[in-house]
Design a protein around this ligand. Structure first.
Ligand code: C2E
Ligand code: MG
Ligand code: MG
Length: 777
C-alpha cells in the first residue's frame, strides 16, 4: 500500500502509521483492491494498566501491542495506532473469511501476558471488522463500521472478534429485533438512501430508488435484508412502508421546488400493497407533500402481484388512476406468466440483479435478458436493469435497448444530500441557471452582483459563526460545487488558525467549530504571502500543502482557497472543497475570489464577534491581557478549552501552574506615558520570546504576570533570561545617554503549585519579587 510521494507520518510511541496517514493509505489502495477489510483493535480496560502501574508501563504495553499486531498480520497489510489504545489494520488481499482469521490471530497475540514490575499482566482486545470495496465504501465508512463492530464486541463481553453488526439482528430472536425496530421508528433511526437511475442513452440521472437504512446507535448501519423480512412477518412493515412513502414524497417535493424533477421509486411490501386503505394512503402522502403523482413510482415484486391476481389488478388500476407509476421489481425470478403480465396496468419492469450479474458469468444469461427486454417492448413497458456494476454489463444492456440502468457503476445508495450533490450539481445536470461564465454578458454579471448582495445581507444578519458557515455553504453551492466549506481565521503572524467547517455530506467529516490548526501546514500561510486564491484540482495526485494529505484522507480531491482581506492583510481564507477530482475551473476560482472580497468585512466582524469575550480583555499596545482575563480563566468551566479559544492556540489540560511576577520598581517615578512604555517593553519582550504553554497578563500598573502551565520551567527560565538581558541593554543605553529616567528597574519572583490554589502560587511569586525590591532599596 505504499506510495511514493507522501512523507510517511508515524506515531512517535509505536512507530506505526498515524491516523491520517493510515486513512490516506487506505483511500489510495481502495480503488485497486477487490475488497478492503479494516480491523479495529481496541484494548480492553487498558486504563487500568495506567492506573495500577505507571504511564511508562502503559506505554510499554502499547509498544508491545503494536509489535505483536505487526507480526500477526500479513506483509501487505497496513497498521496504525489511531489514538490512545486503539489500533487499526487494513487488509487488501484477503477475503472476508481471511480477514476474520487475521483478526483472530491479532486477538490471540495481544492476549499473551506482559511482564510488568515482576507480575504477569494480561491485556485483552476487542476487534471489529468491516469489509467493503470501492466505490460503495470509503475508508472512513469502513472505519466507522469497524468501530460499531468493536462496540458490539465490547458489549458482548470484550476479548472477541466481531464482523459487521448487521449480523446480530439475524442472530437475535425476531421478537427482539421487532422491539428494536419499533424503537427505531419512533427515534427516526430509519433513514432513506437514494440510488440513481440513469437513462442508458443519455446517461442522465432520471430517477432514484429510495432504499431504507437502519442506523442503529450501537450496532451501526443495518442493511434492509437483515430487518425487512422480520418486519414483513409482522405488521411492523406497515408503519415502515408508510414512513418511507411519506418521507420520499416530502423529499421529492423539496427537490421539485428547487427545480429538480426526480422520479423516485419506493418499495412496497405485499402486506402494505394489499391493505384496502393503501391507495388512500398514497393519495394522502401526495396531497400532504404537494408532489406530482407522476414523480412517484411504486415498486412491487412479481410475487406480490401474483399473490392474488384479481385483487392486484384492482389495486393497480386504482393507483394508476391516482397517476403514480408502477414498476414490477425483481422481475424474472417470480412466476408471472405472460398472460397475467398483460393484465397488470404497470409502466416498468425491473430486471432482477441476478440476471445482470449473469451477463459475464459462465452461465450466460444474456438470452434471458434479451427476451425480457423484447417482451417489455412488445407490451410497451419501460425496462430498468438493476445491479449494474461493470462497463461491460452497461454496454450490453444499452445495446439491448434497456431504457434505464441502476447499479454501483453509476452510484450506490446515498443520503439525500449526497444524492443531490452527485446527481444534480457536480456532474450531470447543468449548473444552476444563474451560474455565469466569466466572459458573460454584462446583464448576467449583474445577477452575480445581486446574488452577492443577498449573501452579504444574510451574512450580516447571522453573526454567529457556525450558523454563518452553514448558510454560506448552502448559498455558495448554488454557484460553485462543494461538499465541504470552511472558513479559516488567523491573526497576523499567529501560529494557529481557527477552522469553522461545514460538510454537506454525511460521509465527509467536518472538524468541530473553532478547531485550531497550525498555520504553517496549511494553504493559509501561502495565501497570506501571495494574497491570491489558490486552487488545487487534484489533491490526491498533486498535494500542495501538508494540509492536503489530511484532506485527501477525508476524501476531498479538489479545493479552492480564497483570501479574506482586511486592507492589505490576509486574516483568513474562504475554502470550498469537493470529493470530485478536477471539478473546479478558473471561473470558479475567480467567482470565489469575488465572493471572498465582497464578504471580507462582514466575515471579519463575525470573527471578531466570536472572539468578543476576550478581545476586549487584550491590550494591543502592551500586548498583554487585562487582569479580568485571569478572572475569566479561573472561573471557566473548562479552562484549557476556554484558553485555547481565547488566545487561539491549543492548550492541553493542566494541573499545576507556574506564576512569574515581573514588577517595575521605578514605575512611580515615571510619568504616565513613560510608565505605559515601560510595561509595553515587557509585553514586547514577551511576545517575541513567548512560551508555548503560557500567557502574559497585566496585573497592575507596574506588574506583569506570566502564567505557565504544567512543567514550563525551562521555557520560562529562558524568557526571564531574555528579559533580563534586554533590560540590562536598555539600562546600559540609558546610562550612556545620561538619562536616568529611561532606566528600568525590574524585579521578578517565581512560584509553582497546584492550579486549584492559584492565588497562593501567585502571592508567593509576588512576595518574592517584592522582597527582592525591598532588599535592593
Ligand atoms: P430491491 O428493491 O431489489 O433494491 C435493490 C437492491 O440492490 C438494494 O439493496 C441496492 O442497494 C442493491 N444494489 C443496487 N445496485 C447494486 C449493484 O450494482 N450491485 C449489487 N450487488 N447490489 C446493488 P438493499 O438496499 O440492500 O435493499 C434490499 C431490498 O430490501 C430491496 O431490494 C427491497 O426489496 C428491500 N427494501 C429496501 N428498502 C425498503 C423499504 O423502504 N421498504 C420495503 N418494503 N422494502 C425495502
Ligand atoms: Mg426495489
Ligand atoms: Mg430489485
Amino acid at each position: 500500500m505504499g506510495n511514493d510521494f507522501l512523507p510517511v507520518q508515524r506515531d512517535a510511541l509505536t512507530n506505526l502509521f498515524s491516523r491520517s496517514h493510515f486513512l490516506y493509505a487506505v483511500a489510495q489502495a481502495m480503488p485497486n483492491a477487490p475488497t478492503v477489510s479494516i480491523l479495529l483493535v481496541n484494548l480492553d480496560r487498558f486504563r487500568m494498566v495506567n492506573e495500577h502501574f505507571s504511564y511508562a508501563d502503559g506505554d510499554m504495553v502499547l509498544r508491545e501491542t503494536a509489535q505483536r499486531i505487526s507480526t500477526a498480520i500479513p506483509m501487505s497489510a497496513t497498521a496504525s495506532r489511531l489514538c490512545a489504545d486503539e489500533f487499526a489494520v487494513a487488509l487488501t488481499d484477503v477475503d472476508k473469511d481471511g480477514a476474520e482469521a487475521v483478526a483472530e490471530r491479532v486477538r490471540l497475540a495481544i492476549a499473551e501476558p506482559h511482564h510488568i514490575a515482576g507480575t504477569e499482566v494480561i491485556v485483552t482486545a476487542s476487534v471489529g471488522i468491516a469489509t467493503g470495496s470501492h466505490p460503495q465504501a470509503t475508508a472512513e465508512q469502513l472505519l466507522r463500521q469497524a468501530d460499531a463492530a468493536v462496540r458490539c464486541a465490547k458489549q458482548l463481553g470484550s476479548n472477541q472478534v466481531r464482523t459487521d453488526c448487521a449480523r446480530p439482528p439475524r442472530e437475535l430472536p425476531p421478537l427482539m429485533v421487532e422491539t428494536m425496530l419499533r424503537h427505531a421508528l419512533r427515534n427516526r433511526d430509519l433513514q432513506i438512501y437514494y440510488q440513481p437511475k440513469v437513462h442508458a442513452k443519455s446517461m442522465q440521472v432520471v430517477g432514484a430508488e429510495a432504499l431504507c437504512r437502519w442506523r442503529h446507535p450501537e450496532l451501526g448501519d443495518i442493511p434492509p435484508h437483515a430487518f425487512i423480512p422480520i418486519a414483513e412477518s409482522s405488521d411492523l412493515i406497515l408503519p415502515i412502508d408508510e414512513y418511507v412513502l411519506r418521507a420520499v414524497c416530502e423529499q421529492g417535493s423539496t427537490w421539485l421546488k428547487q427545480g429538480y424533477r426526480v422520479r423516485t421509486s419506493v418499495n412496497i411490501s405485499s402486506r402494505q400493497f394489499l391493505q384496502p386503505s393503501f391507495p388512500h394512503l398514497v393519495e394522502q402522502a401526495l396531497a400532504e407533500s404537494g408532489l406530482e403523482p407522476s414523480l412517484l413510482e411504486l415498486e412491487i415484486t412479481e410475487r406480490t402481484a401474483m399473490y392474488d391476481v384479481e385483487r392486484a389488478v384492482h389495486i393497480l388500476t386504482k393507483l394508476r388512476q391516482i397517476g403514480v407509476r408502477i414498476a414490477i421489481d425483481d422481475f424474472g425470478v417470480g412466476y408471472s406468466s405472460l398472460n397475467y403480465l398483460m393484465q397488470f396496468p404497470v409502466h416498468t419492469l425491473k430486471i432482477d440483479r441476478s440476471f445482470t450479474a449473469g451477463i459475464q458469468s459462465a452461465v450466460n444469461q444474456t438470452p434471458i435478458i434479451g427476451a425480457i427486454i423484447s417482451l417489455a417492448k412488445s407490451l410497451n413497458l419501460s425496462v430498468v436493469a438493476e445491479g449494474v456494476e461493470t462497463v461491460q454489463q452497461f454496454d450490453f444492456l444499452r445495446d439491448s435497448k434497456c431504457d434505464e440502468i441502476q447499479g454501483y457503476l453509476f452510484g450506490a445508495p446515498v443520503p439525500p444530500t449526497s444524492f443531490q450533490l452527485s446527481a444534480f450539481i457536480a456532474t450531470l445536470q447543468p449548473r444552476h441557471p444563474h451560474f455565469v461564465p466569466d466572459d458573460a454578458h454584462n446583464l448576467e454579471r449583474f445577477s452575480e452582483r445581486e446574488w452577492l448582495d443577498t449573501v452579504l445581507t444574510n451574512v450580516r444578519r447571522r453573526p454567529r459563526l457556525h450558523e454563518l458557515t452553514s448558510y454560506l455553504a448552502d448559498a455558495i453551492v448554488e454557484h460553485v460545487p462543494l461538499d465541504r466549506l470552511s472558513l479559516e481565521f488567523a491573526e497576523n503572524g499567529a501560529a494557529f488558525s481557527a477552522v469553522h467547517e461545514v460538510s454537506l455530506r454525511d460521509d465527509v467529516p467536518a472538524r468541530p467549530v473553532g478547531t485550531l490548526i497550525p498555520v504553517a501546514n496549511s494553504g493559509l500561510a501561502f495565501v497570506q504571502r501571495t494574497k491570491q486564491p489558490v486552487m488545487c484540482v487534484d489533491i490526491l495526485h498533486n498535494p500542495e500543502f501538508d494540509d492536503d494529505y489530511g484532506l485527501a484522507a477525508e476524501g476531498i480531491q479538489s479545493v479552492i482557497r480564497a483570501p479574506l482581506l482586511r486592507g492589505n492583510r490576509v486574516f483568513g481564507t474562504l475554502n470550498v472543497q469537493s470529493t470530485l477530482e478536477r471539478v473546479y475551473t478558473e471561473a470558479d476560482r475567480k467567482r470565489l475570489q469575488r465572493t471572498a472580497e465582497r464578504l471580507s468585512d462582514a466575515l471579519y466582524a463575525a470573527y471578531q464577534d466570536a472572539r468578543q469575550p476576550v478581545s476586549h480583555l487584550y491590550d494591543a499596545k502592551t500586548k498583554l491581557y487585562h487582569r479580568a482575563f485571569l478572572v475569566e480563566l479561573l472561573t471557566a468551566d473548562a479552562p484549557s478549552a476556554w484558553l485555547s479559544q481565547a488566545v487561539q492556540r491549543p492548550f492541553s489540560e493542566w494541573t499545576t501552574a507556574t506564576a512569574v511576577v515581573v514588577s517595575i520598581a521605578n514605575h512611580e517615578n515615571m510619568d504616565l506615558l513613560e510608565g505605559e512604555q515601560a510595561v509595553a517593553y515587557i509585553g514586547q519582550c514577551w511576545s517575541t520570546h513567548a512560551v508555548p504553554n503560557a500567557v502574559a497578563i497585566r496585573m497592575g500598573a507596574n506588574e506583569v504576570l506570566v502564567l505557565a502551565f504544567d512543567q514550563p520551567s525551562l521555557s520560562v527560565t529562558h524568557f526571564l533570561h531574555q528579559l533580563r538581558s534586554h533590560i540590562q541593554l536598555l539600562n546600559v543605553r540609558a546610562d550612556r545617554l545620561g538619562d536616568a529616567s529611561q532606566r528600568l528597574e525590574v524585579y521578578t519572583g517565581q512560584a509553582t503549585g497546584d492550579w486549584r490554589a492559584f492565588w497562593r502560587v501567585y502571592a508567593d511569586a509576588r512576595e518574592q519579587a517584592l522582597a527582592l525590591q525591598r532588599a535592593n532599596g
